[in-house]
Design a protein around this ligand. Structure first.
Ligand code: LLP
Length: 447
């Protein structure tokens, strides 16, 4: 028997600390089991905006943006808008001097709606539609990252002025992350291969761009994957990319000045999970680039990086209400959301922390499984999580680190409307995106 089992109150005390590595920096424990998020009581926010709801701390988003810009003042830091693309978030990052990585006409439309400076926008994607390309040209985005020979031809035909482009390269660097978000190795769909034996390889792509009078090749891009915690993988990618830049110079006589190393920097979803060492990354990248450039006799390139998750992920939480508790061979705590507001567990086997909010419980803790309300057994948010044994329907639960790829990947599965996004700053909450209603869902269905 453990000490906590002998003295349940001890368990409460121990568990009533906040694991500051997974909760947003502004989160505090209030009295009576309250959780304060950016100065606002989470149970009040739940009462006002309903559940489930995504909460995002504006100050923390801005702090992450500033930390990146301070760590790499020589680089252009582009926020990867796929992580969370709303008008307000794009306004915040624009105000913080970030550039923007977009990957669709839709993301460009949001950027355009807030007047995000077009000369700070990039467009990505392995398969851009004519609408994506036209939206980028129409708004005048500065750089388009091309990813197939077809696309080079299509953009070449569409562009009426000289459009700056980069080529996405597969550097063949392992990111040590989930296979579904590994993007820098051979055998996945992104980038031009460096292998001479592959038909759509970098050589063909460079020659094809240089042959298009309406395209100006300015640089190379790579993105090795997402939720990557190993800084040495980025050093490896950086060195490889300088070698490739030097190869392009030697083979084609063009010195490309732009190098984009993508994003993918890891955050902590669970206590103890290693997060990204931004300071170490900046230092080691600088050394790796400097060294490889001097070896290759290549000028230091204009560097762009594209963090998404690291800017917004840790700044967000989701608040759910417990619908039911079922005691079977395991204790299942079912909440009023699930895989429609967070598909990451089903897609990547991701797991989350969670805590009871809004009441203080003296009850002993026991392991529970937190599940969603969707009609699938894989709809599991957290496993082996220790929660007070008196948890019951109507309780509130908060889940940390949900600012990235939750709102942006939410679906209407089971005809459940997507949750609202609430921005909180210094205790003041603002509804940024409203909850999707049954009327919203029905309005698209034309019968
Ligand atoms: N740049 C490019 C070209 C990308 O494809 C991505 C992410 C990023 C930057 C930003 O990566 P970040 O810093 O946010 O990790 N839905 C997955 C993540 C997929 C990311 C796809 N591309 C997830 O929930 O983990």
């Amino acid at each position: 028997m453990t000490l906590t089992e002998l003295l349940p109150s001890l368990g409460c005390e121990a568990a009533d600390r906040l694991d500051q590595d997974v909760w947003p920096k502004s989160t505090r424990l209030g009295s009576g089991g309250e959780l304060l998020f950016a100065g606002a009581p989470v149970s009040h926010l739940a009462a006002r905006f309903g559940t489930p709801a995504y909460l995002i701390d504006e100050v923390e988003v801005r702090e992450h943006a500033r930390a990146y810009r301070a760590a790499l003042p020589e680089a252009e830091v582009a926020y990867a808008s796929k992580a969370l693309c709303t008008k307000s978030v794009l306004r915040w990052v624009a105000e913080e001097g970030m550039s923007l990585d977009t990957c669709s006409a839709g993301e460009i439309a949001v950027a355009r709606s807030v007047g995000f400076p077009a000369d700070r926008i990039l467009l990505h994607g392995n398969a851009k539609t004519p609408e994506d390309l036209k939206a980028a040209l129409g708004y005048g985005v500065r750089r388009i990252v091309l990813d197939s020979l077809d696309e080079i031809e299509q953009l070449g035909a569409l562009a009426s002025h000289r459009q700056q482009v980069m080529l996405r390269v597969t550097p063949n660097v392992k990111a040590d992350t989930h296979v579904a978000i590994t993007t820098g190795t051979e055998g996945q769909k992104f980038g031009f291969s460096l292998l001479p034996t592959v038909r759509d390889n970098l050589d063909r792509a460079v020659a094809a761009v240089l042959a298009q009078p309406s395209l100006e090749l300015v640089g190379l891009h790579c993105h090795i994957g997402s939720q990557v915690s190993r800084v040495d993988r980025y050093e490896e990618a950086a060195r490889k990319m300088i070698e490739v830049l030097a190869y392009v110079r030697d083979a084609y006589g063009v010195t490309l000045r732009d190098l984009d190393l993508g994003g993918g920097h890891a955050v902590s979803y669970l206590p103890g999970q290693s997060e990204f060492d931004l300071g170490g990354y900046a230092r080691r990248l600088r050394v790796a680039l400097g060294y490889e450039c001097s070896v290759q006799g290549f000028p230091l390139p204009h560097l762009t990086i594209e963090p998404g998750r690291a800017i917004v992920g840790p700044a967000g939480i989701t608040v759910y209400r417990v619908c039911a508790v079922k005691n079977g061979s395991k204790t299942f705590v079912a909440v009023d959301g699930g895989m429609s507001d967070n598909p990451r567990p089903a897609l990547y086997g991701a797991r989350y922390a969670a805590r009871l909010v809004g009441r203080h419980s003296q009850a002993a803790r026991r392991p529970v499984v937190i599940v969603g309300r969707h009609c699938e057994s894989g709809d599991v948010l957290a496993e082996n999580l220790s929660l007070p044994s008196d948890i019951h329907a109507g309780d509130l639960l908060a889940v940390p680190c949900t600012g990235a790829y939750h709102h942006s990947m939410a679906s209407n599965y089971n005809q459940i409307g997507r949750p609202p996004l609430v921005g909180v700053r210094d205790g003041v909450a603002t509804l940024l995106v409203r909850r999707e209603t049954d009327e919203d869902l029905l309005s698209r269905d034309l019968g």
